[in-house]
Design a protein around this ligand. Structure first.
Ligand SMILES: [Zn+2]
Length: 82
């Protein structure tokens, strides 16, 4: 095991796994070791985090179909009446 460090390209390939806590512990350590000396990948990780936080929220709101939303609202009305 000579080449035991992530390259910057590998860092971008596993960044979503890292943010999902889906990396095996040894790869997570390798990831964080690379972060400790690579400002570019640290910045990239921060931007990914922001992007996921933002798009994740948007995706959840968009994923609720209008028909379902109406049904939920109608159900609320029923409950309040009952
Ligand atoms: Zn890097």
């Amino acid at each position: 095991m000579n080449n035991n460090e992530f390259s910057c390209q590998e860092m971008t390939e596993v960044v979503t796994d890292y943010l999902d806590d889906a990396l095996p512990p040894d790869e997570q350590q390798r990831y964080e070791r690379h972060l400790s000396y690579c400002a570019g990948c640290s910045t990239y990780l921060d931007q990914m985090r922001e992007t996921i936080r933002h798009t994740g929220k948007v995706a959840r709101e968009d994923s609720l179909p209008p028909a379902l939303r109406e049904r939920i609202v109608a159900q609320f009305r029923t409950w309040r009446r009952g």
